[in-house]
Design a protein around this ligand. Structure first.
Ligand SMILES: Nc1ncnc2c1ncn2[C@@H]1O[C@H](COP(=O)(O)OP(=O)(O)OP(=O)(O)O)[C@@H](O)[C@H]1O
Ligand SMILES: [Mg+2]
Length: 294
């Protein structure tokens, strides 16, 4: 059936960039990003469970801020946050729910509650880039109909009763450029047109969109109209050192060595005005190498 569909190849390509949210590795949210995490997760849950998103002109969130501030990781953690949403909204009455359970078998219901019906789809420039002109547009279209692909059983996950898809367009400026940008080419115009069209049509109660960028000046205003924008600042130094502590602990570095390394990392980060998580991670590794921590 999927062989006939013009989207078939595009969907098959996308399946490599998709995972059930239950497979996302959990990471502790730093205090600096906790408010954004709560806000986005509440909205996402409302869209997915209360049908709020069905007609919403707003289709998701745009995270903007300097590189290494945790934008991509936070989207992954928010997506993971819907692991436990209840399917209650799908049933108007208790009878409906029972009928569903009988029809699908108890196991199906249990597996629903573990969250395999919620998927995270990661899209960046490399996912969309294809050697053939025109393919990029069809892959982009397939992102927005991926929900149907899962529902109809085209993927390796079999038929999914009521899938929800969280799409992340990571570093969206590598995919689309503002039409006002001097470097925007014909290719970008065509991608923009497809993206805006699909975003307008998408049912955000089933497919919810996140985008990240560290070059906000290259993001088209039409995208900002459709996504709620949140600005990221580099985290506080205490937060960076907290993550550093966890990294060293997870890496099995001895406690004595941890203290030494943390002190050195703190000193090094003082050389930077606004150090990012990536700056800290890099320094932790450098210190571990130099001090032969392993
Ligand atoms: N809460 C966290 N705890 C531990 N590590 C984190 C956390 N958030 C982010 N990181 C790590 O910090 C690094 C930078 O995070 P991330 O890639 O999300 O930043 P970004 O803002 O998306 O950067 P860019 O704009 O360059 O894409 C990554 O290695 C990520 O795994
Ligand atoms: Mg990123």
């Amino acid at each position: 059936m999927f062989e006939d569909n013009f989207n078939a190849n595009a969907w098959k390509r996308l399946i490599n960039f998709c995972m059930p949210v239950s497979e996302i590795t959990p990471v502790e949210i730093i205090p600096d990003n906790k408010r954004t995490y709560d806000k986005c997760l509440n909205v996402l849950k409302a869209f997915f469970t209360k049908g709020v998103g069905r007609r919403s002109p707003l289709k998701g969130f745009l995270f903007e801020g300097v590189p290494g501030t945790g934008k991509t990781e936070l989207v992954r953690q928010i997506a993971r946050g819907v692991i436990d949403i209840k399917p209650s909204s799908r049933f108007k009455t208790t009878d409906d729910k029972e009928a569903y359970q009988i029809a699908m078998g108890k196991r199906k219901m249990d597996s629903y509650n573990k969250g395999p019906e919620r998927f995270f789809l990661f899209i960046d420039g490399a996912t969309i880039a294809t050697p053939k002109w025109g393919d990029a547009e069809s892959i982009l279209q397939a992102v927005f109909s991926f929900h149907n692909f899962l529902e109809e059983g085209g993927s390796k996950y079999g038929k999914i009763a009521d899938p929800r898809v969280i799409v992340l367009f990571d570093d969206i400026e590598s995919l689309m450029l503002a039409r006002t940008s001097e470097i925007a080419k014909e290719w970008h115009y065509s991608i923009n047109a497809v993206l805006f069209h699909e975003l307008d049509r998408v049912d955000a109660s089933k497919t919810f969109v996140f985008a990240t960028t560290n070059k906000p000046e290259l993001v088209d205003d039409a995208l900002r109209d459709r996504l709620y924008s949140i600005k990221f600042k580099p985290p506080k130094r205490e937060s960076l050192l907290e993550i550093a502590k966890r990294l060293l602990w997870d890496a099995g570095v001895s406690e004595r060595m941890q203290v030494e390394i943390l002190k050195a990392v703190e000193e090094k980060l003082k050389e930077k005005k606004l150090p990012t998580i990536r700056d800290m991670e890099r320094e932790v590794i450098v210190q571990c190498v130099e001090r032969k921590a392993w």
